[in-house]
Design a protein. Structure first.
Length: 435
């Protein structure tokens, strides 16, 4: 985690003190269940809670023990025993390290998902507000980066809203998939611990019992989680890239907010660069990259190994922290985005009416021309305009072959900009609902 791209609430999920508190809760809830089953004394379970519930664990002490034991969970349980006293012998009964580590990891990922869902909600709110603000603001649609046909800027934002709505649904599913608990003991057979302990811990920690574990929770769940984060990051990059293009000097249809006193370049005082959206592009690449080791972590030897462990210690915090920062930066970018309808209209007009070429093509076919002949007629008049030699409407009116099929008034009708927006309301209802 890099402080520059880290927000405190997400970072706190991954702090050592948080991790040790979750480990303690898993151990304490397991002790409660063991006590109810008569495996350990009820007073012992009560003592565990009483002695350690509100303790701030000594991280330096745990690290000191781990340097000797070379085992993180044993280091923690040894420190916990120092706090609890003799009753600590009833802690971790029939459990293995993965029961604690995997259940804790899933608690952390679930909490991280909750923050990310709230982030997506902020992005959606910003997109919806700006989409309705520019619902009917005309702009040029581009394919291959080249002017195609008119759209509205509201539609551009509605596309993004629909995409992030899908992202939210995927993250809800990924959260559910990763929210499992395993307290099944060595090689996952429950030989040394009753399955009812797992059920109790799962309920207490807001998880569901893993149907079958092999001492570790199957990593396909985590792969799906991190793959989902990668897809969300790609959606972030898609919108950021759109904004970067729109801010280009030759386009300048939208622009990142530039605050008082902000500097765009150390050398050129005139510069106003799309630094936020460029930053989002880079952050998105990193989040996507974490999906690969998560997929490779699915493959473990036999019932378990720890080849996944080192990767997860990095990708868990880094992927969630980075995406959290990126989503909040994106929400702010959209909220403050400067939008220039005049430049949009200017760009719409740059090709001298060529954006209406398809309407002319269709009008000719409806008047009896074959599609092939109609295409040739339209293209014959379009290419000079493309080269800057006149405007499309004038050339069409002068073309005798076009005039065989269409009158001047019929040609002019095909240049109605509003024609392209007759279904914007329908699209908005599909995206945003009836409201």
């Amino acid at each position: 985690m890099i402080p520059r791209y880290t927000r405190p609430e997400m970072a706190s999920i991954w702090e050592p003190q948080t991790r040790f508190k979750i480990w303690f809760e898993i151990e304490a809830h397991a002790a409660d269940a063991q006590a109810e089953l008569g495996v350990i004394p009820k007073e012992a379970a009560k003592t565990v809670w009483a002695k350690a519930r509100n303790v701030t664990f000594d991280i330096a002490r745990i690290d000191e023990i781990e340097r000797e034991t070379k085992h993180d969970v044993l280091a923690f349980t040894t420190h916990l025993a120092e706090i609890v006293g003799p009753e600590a012998r009833f802690i971790h009964q029939g459990m293995t390290s993965s029961d604690v580590l995997d259940t804790c990891f899933n608690v952390q990922l679930t909490r991280a998902a909750d923050l990310l869902l709230a982030d997506i909600d902020k992005v959606l709110a910003a997109l919806k507000k700006r989409a309705f603000e520019h619902k009917m603001t005309p702009t040029i649609g581009r394919s291959h980066g080249i002017h195609a046909e008119p759209v509205t800027f509201g539609l551009k934002l509605a596309y993004a809203y629909a995409e992030f709505s899908r992202a939210r649904e995927r993250l809800v599913a990924a959260r559910k998939e990763v929210s499992t608990c395993a307290i099944s003991g060595a090689v996952g057979t429950f030989a040394q611990i009753d399955p009812r302990v797992e059920e109790h811990v799962a309920k207490a920690m807001g998880l569901t019992p893993e149907p079958i574990s092999t001492q570790v929770i199957p990593r396909d769940r985590h792969a799906m989680y991190f793959a989902t984060l990668g897809v969300i990051a790609s959606s972030v990059e898609r919108l950021a890239t759109e904004i970067r293009h729109l801010q280009r000097t030759e386009v300048l249809e939208a622009e990142e907010f530039f605050s008082e006193g902000q500097k765009g370049s150390s050398a050129m005082p005139h510069k106003r660069n799309p630094v936020l959206s460029e930053n989002l592009t880079g952050l998105s690449r990193m989040v996507r990259a974490y999906a690969i080791p998560a997929m490779e972590n699915i493959v473990l030897w036999h019932e378990r190994d720890i080849s996944h462990s080192s990767a997860e210690r990095m990708i868990g915090p880094d992927a969630t922290v980075t995406l959290d920062f990126a989503l909040m930066r994106l929400a702010g970018l959209v909220e403050k985005l400067l939008i220039y309808p005049e430049n949009m209209q200017k760009n719409l007009d740059r090709l001298g009416g060529l954006v209406h070429s398809q309407r002319i093509l269709l009008a000719l076919t409806q008047k009896g021309a074959s599609r092939e002949d109609a295409y040739k007629l339209v293209q014959r008049n379009a290419m000079p305009v493309w080269r800057g030699e006149g405007d499309f409407l004038t050339l069409l009116k002068k073309d005798p072959d076009v005039k065989k099929h269409l009158s001047d008034a019929e040609i002019e009708d095909q240049f109605d900009l509003g024609y392209h927006f007759k279904h914007v309301d329908t699209i908005f209802r599909r995206v945003f609902g009836a409201a």
